[in-house]
Design a protein. Structure first.
Length: 151
């Protein structure tokens, strides 16, 4: 069997020189076992990283699917609000805003229909407020552009 040299602190070397310690432990076996564990752990890391990456990819897809769901629901709810509840003044105000300003306004000062929808959806599992509001914001602008051309 090949031999290697290891370095240990002086205090540990002195303790290993104790007759009771020398008789109680097999230093070669302990070192071999410790090295085997470390080598096995290191060699398993790529496998674990691959498994972790697969898990992360799966969870990302789940988040994206959830975000898409809430975005689409926000879009449907925004269209319903425009068709059934919105005033011309509120629609004009939101429709003329830049996207980020519209999002901020919807978040900070939601119209009544959105406020009600948010209250309802917040109790649902995994509700994504940001995606839902993005759906609202993305729907209002093009609908407003179409409506204002016909006014």
């Amino acid at each position: 069997m090949p031999r290697i040299t290891i370095s240990i602190p002086t205090e540990l070397k002195e303790q290993l020189g104790n007759r009771q310690v020398r008789q109680a432990i097999n230093l070669s076996r302990i070192c071999q076992d410790a090295l085997r564990r470390e080598v096995r752990r290191l060699l398993d890391i790529p496998t674990d990283l691959n498994r972790m990456n697969q898990l992360i990819d799966r969870l990302r897809r789940e988040c994206e699917d959830s975000s898409d769901h809430w975005f689409l629901l926000g879009s449907v709810d925004a269209r319903s609000w425009i068709e059934n509840q919105s005033t011309l003044a509120k629609l004009r105000e939101l429709g003329e805003m830049k996207h980020q300003s519209r999002l901020n306004s919807l978040h900070d000062n939601p119209p009544a229909g959105l406020r009600d929808a948010l209250a309802k959806h917040r109790s649902e599992a995994e509700f994504n407020t940001n995606s839902y509001l993005e759906g609202w914001a993305a729907t209002i602008a093009p609908l407003w552009e179409t409506i204002k051309r016909h006014l």
